[in-house]
Design a binder for this molecule. Structure first.
Ligand code: ME8
Length: 639
C-alpha cells in the first residue's frame, strides 16, 4: 500500500517561520519513517499563491504578483532544500498542471449538479481568505478567527452545495473516529457541521489573481475561491485532471495541518472530494500552535522566530528533535531558546552523545576498535529482552502521530545502554580477566546504539548517518528489517572515531531571540570522561575520614543548614555546615559518626566557615548520611 503524506501549501505573503517548519518537520519525519519501513511513500509540500491576500501583499511590496509569488515560493523551496526536507514534489498553485486540474474539478462538480450561480452578500476576511455571515462576526465587523477587520463583499458568485453533504460528513466522522487526529479536535468539526452548513461561495469577481473558472462555463470574470484552488493541490499534485499516473497514491494517508485550518480540511475538503467521487483522506492530523513567550507570533509584535536563524545557531536536526520532542501532537507549544538548549545538553549530548563516545572509547581501549557481539546473548539476555520491548512499543506512537512519546520511549534505549555500563562496569571486568564479559557489555551497548540510530533516523536523518558510520553499518530498509523487525544483532563492529556530535551549549547562541526568556539555566552535570574511569591515584586525592560529631546546632533562618563541630582526630575540631536539617535533628547527630571529605577548601555558607563535607546519599525517599557500620577512631582514613 502506498502512503501519501502532505503539508499545507504555504501562503507566499511572507517568509517561513517556526510554525511552518514544524508542520514540515513532522510530515518529513513521517514520510521518512514510512520509507524506512519499506512503504512506497509520496511526500508533498508547496506554496499557495493565489487570492486577494497575495495580490494585496504584492501591491504593497511594489512587485508584479507573479514575480512576487516566484520569489517567496523559491525562498520556501530553498529553505526546505537546505533543511534536507525529503519532499517528492513541491507544488505551486500557479503551476499550469495544477490550474488545469482545478478547472477540471470545477467541471466535474458542475456536472454533478453541485455548483450554481447566485449573488453573495456578506463579509470577507482577506487574511484568513474566509467568508463569514454577519452573525459570526465580533462586534459586527471583526473576523472571529484572526480578529482583523472584515470587508463587505457584494458580488455575483458561483456556490458549491456544501449543505448537501452535511449528513454524509457527519456519518463519515462517526464511522471513522480517527479521521481527525488527535481525536480531541474532532468535536470542533462535528459541531460546526451540526450547527448547519451553508453553501459555499467558490468564485470571486472583484479581483483577478486566481484560477479562472473553465472556459466551458463561459463566465470569464470569475476566478476561483482560493481555498477551493488550494485544497485541490492534494490531488492535482498526483496529476488529477491532467496525467493521472500517480493518482494511485490517492487517498492521502495523512494531511498535516495546523489547527487554524482544520475546518477547511475536515469539512470543505471531504465535501469537495465526495462531489468528485474520490475517496477521502485517511487522516487529518491537526497540530497545535507554536507561541513565543505564550503569545501568538506576529510580525507586528516582532516576536516571529525564524527557523533559519535557529537552525544556523543550533543545527537543523537539533531543532527538529526539539520541536518533535517538546510538544504532544495537537497541543500548543512555546518556543524558547532555553528549552531547546536544555534538550540538546541533557538528551542529545548527555544521554546519546556520551553513550556513543563511551562505546568508541571502550572499544578503542579494550579491543582495538573492533566489537564482536558473539557473547552478548550469553551475558545479556535480560537487557536484550528489555531493549526489544522498547523497540516493539515504538510504532504505535508514530501511527498516532505522537512524536513526543515516540522519542520519549526511544530514549529508554539510551537509559538501558547507560545503565548496563554502570551496572556491569566493563573496566573492572577487563582488569579481572573477565574480558569476554566486558566485551559482551560493550557489544550489547553498540547494538543498542545501532537500533536506536535506526529508529531515530526519521527525526535526525543526517546525525544518525554519522552514528551508523561510526558503528560501521548503514541505515536503510534492510537494516530496519534486520535490527528492528527481526531483532538480529549486528555481529561485528569496526568502530570509527567521530567528533562529539552534540557539543554542550553553555550560553544561548541567539541573543535577539532571548528577549523575555527569564528562566535561569538549569544546573547540569558536567560531561563525564568518555568511559567514566579514573586512576586509583585520582581517587586518593580525596581525603575521606571518619568523624565524630561533637556538637550540632541549627543555623538560624536557614531551612536546610545545620552547624556541626566534628572531631577528625586532629588538634581541634572542624566546623562543618551541612544541608541536612530537613532529614536530621541535632540530637540525631551528637555523638554519632559520619564520613567526611577532609581536604575540601574551606567555604563560607550563610556567613559561616565550613571546613569539610559529609558523605550522604539522596533519592526520592530523602537523604541519609553514610556512617561506618561499627564505631571507628575519629580520623580513621576511608579508602
Ligand atoms: O493556511 N504554529 O497557509 P499559511 C504552528 N495556504 N504552525 C503554524 C504556525 C504557528 N504559529 N503558523 C503557521 C495556509 N503554521 C494555507 C493552507 S492548504 C491547502 C492551504 C503552519 O502560510 C500550520 O500548519 O498560513 C498552518 O496550518 C500553516 O502553517 C498555515 O500556513
Amino acid at each position: 500500500m502506498s502512503k501519501y503524506i502532505t503539508t499545507p501549501i504555504y501562503y507566499v505573503n511572507g517568509e517561513a517561520h517556526i510554525g511552518h517548519a514544524y508542520t514540515t518537520f513532522i510530515a518529513d519525519t513521517m514520510a521518512r519513517y514510512e520509507r524506512l519501513k519499506g512503504e512506497d511513500t509520496f511526500f508533498l509540500t508547496g506554496t499557495d499563491e493565489h487570492g486577494q491576500k497575495i495580490e494585496e501583499s504584492a501591491v504593497k511590496a511594489g512587485k508584479q504578483t507573479q514575480k512576487f509569488a516566484d520569489e517567496i515560493s523559491a525562498k520556501f523551496k530553498n529553505l526546505w532544500n537546505e533543511f534536507g526536507v525529503s519532499y517528492n514534489k513541491f507544488i505551486r498553485t500557479t503551476d499550469e498542471t495544477h490550474m488545469k486540474g482545478v478547472q477540471k474539478a470545477f467541471e466535474v462538480m458542475v456536472a454533478k449538479g453541485d455548483i450554481y450561480k447566485d449573488f453573495y452578500e456578506g463579509h470577507y476576511c482577506v487574511s484568513c481568505e474566509t467568508f463569514f455571515p454577519e452573525t459570526q462576526l465580533v462586534d459586527g465587523e471583526f473576523c472571529p478567527d484572526c480578529g482583523r477587520a472584515t470587508s463587505v463583499v457584494k458580488e455575483e458568485s458561483y456556490f458549491f452545495k456544501l449543505s448537501k453533504y452535511e449528513d454524509r460528513l457527519l456519518k463519515h466522522y462517526e464511522t471513522n473516529p480517527e479521521f481527525i487526529m488527535p481525536k480531541s479536535r474532532a468535536s470542533e468539526a462535528v459541531n460546526f457541521v451540526k450547527s448547519g452548513l451553508r453553501d459555499l461561495s467558490i468564485t470571486r469577481t472583484s479581483f483577478s489573481w486566481g484560477v479562472k473558472i473553465p472556459k466551458s462555463i463561459g463566465d470569464d470574470k470569475h476566478v476561483m475561491y482560493v481555498w477551493l484552488d488550494a485544497l485541490l493541490n492534494y490531488v492535482t499534485a498526483l496529476g488529477y485532471g491532467t496525467d493521472e499516473a500517480q493518482m494511485d497514491y490517492w487517498p492521502a494517508g495523512v494531511h498535516f495541518v495546523g489547527k487554524d485550518i482544520l475546518r477547511f480540511h475536515a469539512i470543505y475538503w471531504p465535501a469537495f472530494l465526495m462531489s468528485l467521487d474520490l475517496p477521502l483522506p485517511k487522516h487529518i492530523g491537526a497540530h497545535g500552535w507554536w507561541t513565543r513567550d505564550g503569545e501568538k507570533m506576529s510580525k507586528s509584535k516582532g516576536n516571529v522566530v525564524s527557523p533559519k536563524e535557529v537552525a544556523d545557531a543550533y543545527g537543523v536536526e537539533n531543532l527538529r528533535y526539539f520541536m518533535l520532542r517538546e510538544v504532544p501532537f495537537g497541543q500548543d507549544g512555546d518556543f524558547s531558546q532555553r528549552a531547546l538548549i536544555d534538550r540538546i545538553n541533557s538528551e542529545l549530548s548527555n544521554d546519546l552523545g556520551n553513550l556513543l563516545n563511551r562505546i568508541i572509547g571502550m572499544s578503542g581501549k579494550y579491543s582495538d576498535f573492533m566489537i564482536d557481539s558473539k557473547d552478548v546473548e550469553k551475558y545479556h539476555t535480560k537487557e536484550l529482552i528489555k531493549m526489544n520491548k522498547v523497540l516493539d512499543s515504538l510504532d504505535i506512537f508514530m501511527e498516532n502521530l505522537q512524536t513526543h512519546r515516540y522519542l520519549e520511549e526511544l530514549w529508554k534505549l539510551f537509559a538501558i545502554g547507560n545503565g548496563v555500563i554502570q551496572e556491569y562496569e566493563p573496566w573492572v571486568k577487563m582488569k579481572n580477566n573477565q574480558e569476554d564479559e566486558a566485551l559482551a557489555t560493550v557489544g550489547l551497548v553498540a547494538n543498542i546504539l545501532a537500533r536506536a540510530a535506526v529508529m531515530l533516523h526519521p527525526v535526525m536523518p543526517e546525525t544518525t548517518k554519522i552514528i551508523a558510520n561510526a558503528l560501521s553499518f548503514e541505515i536503510n530498509q534492510e537494516s530496519y528489517q534486520e535490527l528492528v523487525v527481526d531483532k538480529k544483532l549486528l555481529k561485528l563492529f569496526n568502530i570509527k572515531k567521530v567528533p562529539p556530535l552534540f557539543p554542550r551549549i553553555e550560553e544561548p547562541l541567539m541573543a535577539e531571540a532571548l528577549k523575555g526568556e527569564t528562566n535561569p539555566p538549569k544546573e547540569e552535570k558536567k560531561e563525564e570522561d568518555t568511559d567514566n574511569l579514573i586512576e586509583i591515584g585520582q581517587f586518593f586525592e580525596t581525603s575521606l575520614k571518619i568523624g565524630t560529631v561533637l556538637e550540632a546546632e541549627e543555623v538560624p533562618k536557614s531551612k536546610k543548614l545545620l552547624k556541626l563541630q566534628v572531631d577528625l582526630g586532629e588538634e581541634r575540631s572542624r566546623q562543618i555546615v551541612a544541608g541536612i536539617k530537613e532529614f536530621y535533628s541535632t540530637k540525631d547527630l551528637i555523638n554519632t559518626q559520619v564520613c567526611v571529605v577532609a581536604n575540601l577548601k574551606p567555604a563560607k555558607l550563610m556567613g559561616m566557615m565550613s571546613e569539610g563535607m559529609l558523605l550522604a546519599a539522596k533519592d526520592e525517599d530523602g537523604l541519609c548520611l553514610i556512617r561506618p557500620q561499627k564505631p571507628k577512631k575519629a580520623g580513621t582514613p576511608i579508602g
